[in-house]
Ligand binder design. Structure first.
Ligand SMILES: CC(C)(COP(=O)(O)OP(=O)(O)OC[C@H]1O[C@@H](n2cnc3c(N)ncnc32)[C@H](O)[C@@H]1OP(=O)(O)O)[C@@H](O)C(=O)NCCC(=O)NCCS
Length: 158
């Protein structure tokens, strides 16, 4: 597996992967709608296949992971992408990597906490607000859990 920054040559495959994973390349969190195809990205590649994608927004000495996807889980792809994002953040002088996940995503919560991230905020009802911007956000998430809340996780880099 090779981890590298995405280039414009990856645009189509990135867009396809985002649609496959999320049904859209618009990611809505904390009241902001990002077109993830316009964000800087890190890809995991095997041969000529993209097997993982992380998009991010670097702002105010913080790196926000906007999307992270490993369509085939448990191969180490997510860990490699997160480590590469932390390196990117450090190289840019960022003090913090952070992201938002949702109350239903208990698999991701496990994954992030096992990688040193801490839950620093819970925002009850934030997904219900995001649904007003993106009505395709389902009412029910993973494991049949009603989807309502955002959780903010961070990794301190200093
Ligand atoms: C969350 C997500 C990005 C994690 O990525 P991943 O590639 O499955 O993560 P990894 O494979 O690096 O690690 C997951 C587990 O697999 C294990 N693993 C890694 N390589 C492995 C291998 N070759 N064989 C068996 N297990 C392995 C890891 O040790 C880890 O277990 P641990 O947490 O007990 O240490 C991925 O599951 C995903 O895309 N989920 C759907 C989208 C999503 O929810 N994104 C997050 C939105 S906030």
């Amino acid at each position: 597996m090779k981890i590298r920054p995405a280039t414009t040559a990856d645009s189509l495959r990135i867009s396809e992967l985002l649609i496959q994973s999320w049904g859209s390349h618009i990611a809505v969190a904390h009241g902001v709608a990002y077109d993830a195809t316009t964000l800087p990205a890190i890809v995991a590649e095997e041969g000529d296949r993209i097997i993982g994608l992380l998009t991010y927004n670097l702002e105010d000495q913080e790196l926000e992971v906007v999307t992270i996807d490993a369509p085939v889980p448990h191969l180490g792809v997510g860990t490699a992408l997160l480590e590469a994002a932390a390196e990117t953040a450090k190289a840019a002088g960022a003090r913090r990597l952070w992201l938002i996940t949702t109350n239903d995503n208990v698999d991701a919560l496990r994954f992030y906490q096992r990688r040193g991230m801490r839950i620093v905020e819970i925002r009850p009802g934030a997904v219900d607000e995001s649904r007003k911007l993106k009505p395709t956000i389902p009412l029910t998430g993973a494991y049949g859990i009603p989807l309502h809340d955002e959780l903010v996780l961070e990794l301190r880099l200093d």
